[in-house]
Every structure is written in structure tokens, then in C-alpha cells.
Design a protein around this ligand. Structure first.
Ligand code: ADP
Length: 252
């Protein structure tokens, strides 16, 4: 379990989050949703130091996460941030190999297992055909999948993805949701920020709903629908349709 306990966090002298407590359960898919600016990214960036935790603690399987050496953190939890302003001019395969850095010894020599995990991650994210292509020359969607493959190559039990579907077309989004289900089936813990509320409802075991830089609720999708939390927090109307394949949620 990944647990934020009474966390205050912000950037430099700007305080953003105050007294946040929330749990992300092991082996489950948890999606954080909330209007723009409510603090979702700041919360996740506590995990990689991009936002600074000024009070409280973060616990990973009972251990003090922020007290762990950086390499150990990166062996246990991989975080794919939302904003990547600098796209490295590297072949996709080299980019994905970066995911193995926390696992390499002093010599940085890659074992057969490292190589296999890189190839598996590229296959899984459907970027093997682009292995030799430079990341800065890829379309947004393929580039997003290449970064996803890098995150998977890190081979962590905890996988945290901030808006991973932004550049994906509809087919890419559907495939991505299937990949997330597969990661769960492998026993991994997945934490997402998603903007598509319908996808969030369909894929998540738990929804963490943020509003005004606070946790408004942490509930199952069913409970979220029953309490009309999304309608209240986002000020939207929900329409539900269903057919033999399942339920479809539209917000307007
Ligand atoms: P969300 O991900 O929910 O859109 P953010 O966590 O990005 O929200 O932002 C929450 C608040 O923190 C916003 O008011 C935003 O202006 C502020 N903020 C985000 N990044 C920075 C930063 N680097 N420096 C100062 N304030 C920031």
C-alpha cells in the first residue's frame, strides 16, 4: 500500500497541498480525478521530488518512502510524469533502456534479464517497430507509448502514470486501458490521473476525487455514481447508456 499521511506539499515557497491523507491499495487500480488545478499532479510529484513535501509522510508498504535512497525508490515505484518538455534525441530502445538504470550495478552493464525486460516492455507498449527511431521524431501518441515502455522496463510493483492517454487516439486509448488491466492481472499496483471520467469509472477499483486541493472522496466507482460525486465536483450532468457489452458513461 502507498499511503500519504497528513502531507503538506508545494513548490518553493508556494504551498499547494495541506494535510492530505490518502491510501492507494496494493494490486488495485486507483484513479485520481478532479478539475484542473485541484492538485492532482502536485500530489503525484511528491513521489519524485518535483513537488516538495514539507510536512507529513509517505509510506510504501509500511516503509518511509521519502527516506529511501533514490535508487531504491525507483526500483519499487515508477512514475511517468505528465509534462515532458525535453524530448531526448535518442532511439526509442535507448530511451526504454533508461528504465533499467535503477537496477544496474556500478558498471551499468545490462544482464540478459535487463535486455529481456526492455524488449518485453517495448512489445507490451507496441513500440517494438520504432526501436531504432529517434524519440524526438515520433508522433505524440507513439512517443507517449515509448515513455510508457520506459516506465514498464523499470519493472516496479507500483506504477504511477499522470495523464498517460493525452496523445492517444481512440484505439490507442482502448489498448492502453487493456494494458492497465493486464498490469493489474500481473499483480501490480496502478495509480493514474485520467481526464476521461468515463474511462476512470470503467477501469478503476477506487476513485480518488480531488477538489480545491483536497481529497473530496476515495470510493469505488459504484459508490461515486450512487453519491453523484462527479456531478457535484465537476458541475456536470451524467448520462448512462448500456448494451450487451456493458455500461457507457457520458458527462455534459
Ligand atoms: P492539477 O494536476 O489537478 O491540474 P496541479 O497540481 O498541477 O493541479 O496544480 C495545483 C496548484 O498548484 C495550481 O494552483 C497550480 O497553479 C499550482 N502549481 C502547479 N505547479 C506549480 C509550480 N511549479 N509552482 C507554483 N505553483 C504551482
Amino acid at each position: 500500500m502507498l499511503e500519504f499521511c497528513h502531507v503538506n506539499a508545494g513548490y518553493g515557497s508556494t504551498a499547494v497541498l495541506n494535510d492530505i491523507s490518502v491510501c492507494f491499495h496494493k494490486g488495485k487500480i486507483t484513479t485520481i480525478i478532479g478539475p484542473n488545478g485541484c492538485g492532482k499532479t502536485t500530489l503525484l510529484q511528491c513521489l519524485n521530488g518535483s513537488s516538495k513535501v514539507t510536512a507529513g509522510s509517505i509510506r510504501l508498504d509500511e516503509a518511509d518512502f521519502l527516506a529511501m535512497p533514490l535508487k531504491e525508490r525507483a526500483r519499487r515505484l515508477s512514475l511517468l510524469p505528465q509534462v515532458r518538455t525535453i524530448i531526448p534525441a535518442l532511439p526509442v530502445k535507448t530511451l526504454v533502456e533508461h528504465g533499467r538504470f535503477p537496477h544496474l550495478g556500478f558498471s551499468r552493464r545490462k544482464s540478459e534479464r535487463d535486455i529481456a525486460l526492455v524488449n518485453d516492455a517495448m512489445e507490451f507498449a507496441h513500440v517494438s517497430p520504432y526501436a531504432a527511431q529517434y524519440a524526438d521524431t515520433l508522433s505524440g501518441g507513439i512517443r507517449q507509448r515509448a515513455f510508457f515502455a520506459m516506465t514498464l522496463a523499470q519493472d516496479c510493483e507500483y506504477i504511477v502514470l499522470d495523464e498517460p492517454t493525452t496523445y492517444l487516439d481512440l484505439k490507442g486509448q482502448r489498448e492502453f486501458m487493456e494494458m492497465i488491466q493486464q498490469l493489474k492481472a500481473q499483480g501490480r499496483t496502478v495509480i493514474l490521473v485520467l481526464h476521461d471520467l468515463g474511462q476512470a469509472l470503467k477501469i478503476s477499483d477506487t476513485l480518488v476525487i480531488m477538489e480545491n486541493r483536497r481529497i473530496a472522496a476515495a470510493v469505488t466507482p459504484e459508490e461515486c455514481l450512487r453519491q453523484h460525486i462527479i456531478e457535484k465536483v465537476f458541475d456536470v450532468q451524467l448520462k448512462v447508456f448500456h448494451d450487451a457489452d456493458g455500461f457507457y458513461y457520458f458527462f455534459h
